[in-house]
Design a protein around this ligand. Sequence first.
Ligand SMILES: Cc1cc2nc3c(=O)[nH]c(=O)nc-3n(C[C@H](O)[C@H](O)[C@H](O)COP(=O)(O)OP(=O)(O)OC[C@H]3O[C@@H](n4cnc5c(N)ncnc54)[C@H](O)[C@@H]3O)c2cc1C
Length: 505
Amino acid sequence: MPATCDAVVIGAGVNGLSLALRLRRAGLRTLVVEQAAFVGGMARTEEPLLAGFRHNPHANYLAYGAVNPLERAFDFASAGLVTLTPEAQHGLCFADGRPPLILYRNDLTQRSGESLRQYSDRDAHTYVRLKGAANALSPVMAKSLYSPPARESASRLVAAADHIFGGALNDRSARDVIDTLFEADEVRSLFYQLAAETGLSIETPGSGVGFLTFTLWLVGQLRLPVGGMRAYADAIAETARREGVEFALDAPVESITLQAGRAVGVTLAGHGHVGARAVASSAGVYATLAGMVPDAAFSAQESARILAYAATEGPTLATLIFCLSAPPAYSSARWNADIDRCFRTLVGYGGARETLAHLRDIERGMLPPPSAALRVNSLWDPSQAPAGRHVAGGDVLMPAPSSFDPSDWEAVSASFIEAFIEVWGSHAPNMTPDTVLAGRFMPPERYDRALLLGEGTGQYRTGIERLYLCGASTWPGGGAHGACGYNAFGAIAEDLGLKAATRRD
Ligand SMILES: Cc1cc2nc3c(=O)[nH]c(=O)nc-3n(C[C@H](O)[C@H](O)[C@H](O)COP(=O)(O)OP(=O)(O)OC[C@H]3O[C@@H](n4cnc5c(N)ncnc54)[C@H](O)[C@@H]3O)c2cc1C
């Protein structure tokens, strides 16, 4: 453990690791301190149920490789990263065995069109046109995600959305836009769900821009890291080690040391003090500012702002995990067998009206009916399960964490799993309590989903000099993209007068 270094980064999740890579490239002696014994944070892989069944309890896919400047500047493949891009990416299947809807990989958009054509010629045509326009946004998305928030990027996205829509969107909601563009009930249901998963509150005015840009752009570019999400974090960490970044694992930060109102280091449980010229935290706004910094460091107004942020909550995600003796065989597969090899299959969503009711319930704080976006990673990566067996996981949109009493979770989880297996079986008759060897519904973790908004590189500065935020509370928010850490570098570089401040990797 060094007694001093140039920069301490708190947290070895994807954002902390991304920031550390840039700091080191700029020549700073950089130490990443992590409370867990492993790197990755929410990008991790575990065996919490049966031996040999490997699950990703949070993030499961990579979606930003095409625009992530770090994936170009560093060779993660040489540090062990292998990824696969399944052909069939997003599927919606139905309990009554109607034809499934499948959206394919970006290079197979025509096949997505053929799938939508089963329900509407017009919708198929519209989707292919919109998806082409959204794909062309990659340079705009790259600039917008991997730069501090700027009015100019926001107006560029609004202009792009207006263009894709074919007229001024004004304040239209994602639901309104979807209803205007698509006529088939099934197609609307699929897009409502995808928009909600990308974090949009689909009936909120203005959310239409997000659907036409971010949601449609993300569709079709999901990658699976072989070996699980942990393999992604491990590859970034290994690259960072090769570059000279130092790591302290099993080293929780107890406090951030301040001198004359400036952050000058951290105190680690069991490891003492490490001095630094700058400290950046990906541990979350409240955990950092209320947990690691003495109250007296903030004015009453700043403390009130931190408390108000901590109370900002919205829908979140929880994860279902299952060990299976066989992969699901959906009844919809008689129309298109690809639904059985779809990377993320929506189960438990019916037509547009049910999906809307479902999403409204979640926003109102009610437990959703049994439903999930399911993946069976072992179909592509057999190392995830014992021979002949399979792992499944599911993202479940959930109301804000404070809607639950944590002491009720065991009961909520048991009844949700039982009801989910019944619904799953109605879509894939082989999914019975016999095929499902074990299952668990992981509680939604409290984590920052809201952005603590600030202008430009100010987004990453706190009220304390040389103390920075670089986690998912900063622009551009949640996702295993590392962009928050990538952008936080700009603020640190400006303040420390680093030459690389203006250079993009
Ligand atoms: C259920 C779920 C599913 C998701 N699925 C996807 C997906 O498929 N694809 C995608 O791109 N994104 C997904 N996301 C979002 C994505 O996982 C996160 O936004 C991203 O991983 C956050 O990275 P981070 O580095 O900011 O934070 P984290 O990964 O949370 O890292 C913060 C780190 O700080 C450490 N830390 C905290 N306190 C201390 C302390 N006192 N001392 C030292 N260390 C500390 C933590 O242990 C942790 O390792 C999902 C999120 C959830 C919740």
